[in-house]
Write a protein that binds this ligand. Sequence first.
Ligand code: GYE
Length: 334
Amino acid sequence: MARTTLTRTVLAAASAAALFALGACSSDAGTATGGGGQSGGADDGVITLGFSQVGAESGWRAANTKSIQDTLTAENGFDLKFSDAQQKQENQIQAIRSYITQGVDVIAFSPVVETGWDAVLEEAKAAGIPVILTDRAVDSEDESLYESFIGSDFVKEGQMAGEWVVDQYDGEGYKVVELQGTTGAAPAIDRKEGFEAAIEGSDLEIIDSQTGNFTRAEGKTVMEGFLNKHDDIDLVYAHNDDMGLGAIEAIEAAGMTPGEDIKIVTVDAVKDGMQALVDGKINYIVECNPLLGPDLAEIAKKVVAGEEVEKRIVVEDQAFDQEAAKEALPTREY
Ligand code: GYE
């Protein structure tokens, strides 16, 4: 259980995307220096990268933002333009349009929801600006609209959570409530799907499921509602640590002991979540590694240089029970 290293698995490289990368970048990389053109960032060796972040909804997001800002630095050859969309798709679309107008060399973003991106991604493509997805996927028929997607396998995360729960509690008729992530977001859709598949055939039953929007405050409010409505909850499955931490507050306020009277399983394994696991208030956490800055920097450099990039980079995650968390917590990076 207590594996400590992060492994990165590179899946199939997509030649079509690589060809697009070549085509898209040649006009930029090949132009003369000092022209003062609006897309001239890469000409002086500096890569201007516009990044549209989802928001600041969770501890995971804070660690992810820090990783990107710490890696895409001037010393590392980047001019990073960063914007926070406050969990709103229209803000992200606006930010991406503004990066297109500015003529940045690369656009990267973590899409708040899966659908509704084709139009703006086509605008980026028409402008010859390559796009890299980090963390969350888009649901688009046309894979040529982005170069690469770097992030975890969220279905697998949900599955790992479900498998542990079945392993521990099958046969006890557990009633489960689910705190879902942001409606329409890839990790919310996929973590639900993976968990449901894993508990199928067991006697665990999901008796209620609602979004808590990946925040601690909403996780608490939704859990309060669940506790008012049901007096037989055995386990909370929260799509991230923050909502699980909110649920802990609600359970304690209702006079019960989280981790004992009501078991809690979450995803992320950020510091506060790991501390609650060590303290016995959470029972199991599936990790989701937020340190995507280094991979983003590497892929952006390759794309600008016209090199082939992997279409999908899967970040491998581990999982922790209370014992494993005690071992891991002192040396965790996030
Ligand atoms: O699990 C959650 C955050 O997209 C993987 O977003 C990310 C999720 C993460 O708000 O805490």
